[in-house]
Design a protein around this ligand. Structure first.
Ligand SMILES: [Zn+2]
Length: 288
């Protein structure tokens, strides 16, 4: 009887000679320093979570906070998509890049991670100090009374109230944990069990600000470090640029790892244009 091969994700690709030389340079810059890390969507693409701006990314206008508040149908569509996206996220596994960062924190040089990702993969890889400036898909908050809920509980209520969501057709996953779904007629969105208010996943929508307290925490992490590594972010988001500014003003080494250009390239001490999984793994190997 033929046995199907288990699906196996490839390990990080080997570094080519040119990239390997750049990782050596990064090692020399970073050795002996406390390193803060900022990550974006590029770090999670090897876990099967697509990048907003990467190849094949969907052309889609993001949900704004105002639309979410004002339009019940938009809210139904968002919740259907978010539910399916969250299920996909919870099935995703941390990749070699996430694991390398967890290792670098555990063994010393990294003091924490500021992430723009809402997928929870840094925590699942074993990182301890993670500041999720754009929130997390794993939490849900009531917009009226502020009560927070575990996503897993809200997801159970979603599934019970909308059995069709268990086998939807023709859905497409987006990196913010949303998917495009059309059929939302009759869809029941759970309300807050405390006050019946509107529930929203605790992620920062387009047009919303990063909560002040979160940003302060992120800024403190960068301030307490004497080097900054930016991985998998093209830095089009304002909060990322502000953290780069902060490091740039202090003239600490800034290493940018990303496939393609970023808005921080001109201010990077070193830019490595390559995949984050293999570069971070190479860096962890050298620094731990
Ligand atoms: Zn409430």
């Amino acid at each position: 009887m033929a046995v199907a091969n288990p699906v196996r994700r490839p390990g990080p690709a080997r570094l080519d000679a040119a990239t390997s030389a750049l990782v050596d340079q990064a090692e020399a810059m970073l050795r002996g320093r406390t390193i803060a890390v900022l990550t974006g969507a590029g770090v999670s693409t090897d876990s099967g979570i697509p990048d907003y701006r990467g190849e094949g990314a969907p052309a889609r206008s993001p949900m704004t906070f105002q639309t979410f508040l004002d339009d019940e149908r938009a809210r139904q569509r968002y919740w259907a998509g978010s539910h399916l996206g969250w299920r996909h996220f919870s099935a995703a596994e941390p990749n070699a890049g996430h694991k390398a960062l967890a290792d670098l924190e555990l063994r010393g040089p990294v003091n924490g991670i500021v992430t723009q990702n809402v997928d929870g993969l840094h925590l699942r890889a074993g990182s301890r100090h993670v500041v999720d400036i754009h929130g997390s898909m794993d939490r849900v908050r009531c917009l009226h009374c502020g009560q927070t809920f575990a996503r897993v509980d809200i997801a159970a209520r979603m599934a019970a109230a909308n059995p069709w969501l268990e086998a939807p057709e023709g859905v497409r996953l987006n990196p913010d944990g949303d998917v495009d779904v059309d059929a939302v007629d009759g869809m029941v969105v759970p309300a807050c069990s405390v006050c019946a208010g509107v529930l929203k996943p605790e992620v920062v929508f387009f047009g919303e600000f990063v909560p002040t307290e979160k940003f302060r925490e992120a800024a403190a992490l960068v301030r307490q470090a004497d080097a900054l590594v930016i991985a998998g972010s093209s830095l089009v988001v304002n909060s990322g640029i502000r953290l780069l500014d902060q490091a740039s003003k202090r003239r600490i080494p800034i290493v940018v790892v990303n496939r393609g250009e970023t808005k921080g390239d001109s201010r990077a001490t070193l830019k490595i244009d390559a995949g984050t999984s293999e570069v971070l793994a190479g860096l962890a190997e050298r620094l731990t």
